[in-house]
Design a protein around this ligand. Structure first.
Ligand SMILES: [Mn+2]
Length: 374
């Protein structure tokens, strides 16, 4: 007997995206909702029987009414699929949480501390651990009575394999190996692991469903496939409407400002449309090629932010001897730069100040310049 599953985690619906304008933040929240709905459609196509959500479905214990309603409708639209949700450290099951206040349909089970749901018709037991506060200092994979019989035993939980001092449900590989489950569906770590094995127990982090910042770059996935008693086949599936990437682009040799931007646009073109890309521009360029963070706004398929770490190529001997404000500024800055260690933070700041100062003194506009940490 086998069962078709989808395993996802760390969707972080309703993330605030505080660094953005209200409409920019809303666009990103919409992308997360669309990603989740795309996974629901995957479940419909693949006739998924168990849909496992291993924590942090929401970014906080609260959700907007619209998001809760969207989920409810999604769950209702797949009546033959059973949903198991294990609240995590971001969305613990508290009195006032969305899990307590939303009325999800009967094909949805939300775990609260340790529980087990038997599904004899599928030959499966689904165990789960639901956080009831944002802190959990005990292993979330231990403490269950797992019968050793023909039924498939699956655990759905948020848990942290990154260290014993974690307050997010510290889990060791040994805990997993001794747990007695056939599959441990984990959540919390946003980088997917693929299916791993420990002492006969299969386990995986699917990773977050879509990237939300430059800390979460690359293709994000969920896991989809079949589980049999001694055979687990899960593949990654990507449904993300939002992807982040961070690249370095050396624009040395660009013959014009336009050419420099063209080189950046080419470097970015390998990513799917809509990807949010941070490009750190490096190399030596003519001083008039100074690039602003939003230089390519509306000019590329991707959303591109440029950090300009290029060094201007300047005719130093000319400026050095110039009897102008520009010359005086240059001589002072060079003296200061010479007094600090090259490559240090101060050095980089001074180089940037020199670059911006020369631009201003050339009466060019730098109003739009600055680092962008989105
Ligand atoms: Mn978490």
């Amino acid at each position: 007997m086998s069962v078709r599953i989808i395993h996802t985690a760390d969707v972080h619906l309703d993330s605030p995206f505080t660094a953005f304008t209200p409409s920019g933040a809303e666009k990103r929240r919409e992308n997360i909702r669309k990603s989740f709905l795309a996974l629901i459609e995957k479940a419909r196509e693949e006739k998924t029987q168990l849909f496992l959500i291993s924590g942090d479905l929401f970014d906080t214990e609260f959700a907007t009414r619209d998001t809760a309603l969207m989920l409810k409708n999604a769950f209702i639209s797949l009546p033959d699929c059973k949903f198991f949700i294990s609240p995590g450290n971001h969305d613990p099951f508290t009195q006032s949480s969305v899990y307590a206040t939303a009325s999800f349909p009967s094909n949805v089970h939300v775990f609260r501390e340790r529980e087990c749901v038997e599904l004899p018709e599928l030959g499966v037991r689904v165990f789960g651990y639901g956080f009831t506060s944002s802190i959990c200092n005990e292993s979330t994979v231990l403490g269950y009575e797992v019968p050793d019989d023909d039924m498939i035993n699956i655990l759905v939980c948020h848990g942290d394999t990154s260290g014993a001092l974690s307050t997010n449900g510290p889990v060791t590989k040994r805990d997993i190996g001794e747990s007695g489950f056939d599959y441990v569906a984990l959540g919390h770590i946003h980088k997917g692991t693929g299916v791993c094995f420990e002492n006969g127990v299969s386990y995986a982090y699917p990773g977050c469903l879509c990237g939300r910042s430059f800390d979460e770059t690359g293709v994000k996935t969920a896991l989809i496939g079949e589980i049999e008693k001694n055979n687990i086949t899960l593949d990654t599936v990507s449904v993300a409407y939002m992807q982040y990437e961070s690249i370095v682009c050396d624009i040395t040799g660009s013959v014009s400002r336009r050419n420099a931007l063209e080189n950046i646009r080419n470097a970015v073109s390998v990513f799917p449309a809509g990807t949010v890309v941070r490009v750190t521009a490096e190399g030596n360029t003519a001083e008039e090629y100074l690039l602003s963070p939003n230089e390519l706004e509306g000019q590329a398929e991707c959303e591109v932010y440029i950090i300009d770490n290029t060094r201007p190529v300047i005719s130093f001997t000319d400026i050095e001897s110039e009897n102008t404000l520009r010359g005086a500024f240059y001589r002072i800055m060079e003296k200061r730069i010479a007094s600090v260690r090259s490559g240090s933070e101060e050095y980089n700041t001074l180089v940037k100040a020199l670059k911006y100062g020369l631009t201003v003194l050339d009466e060019k506009n730098i109003a739009d310049f600055g680092e962008d940490e989105r």
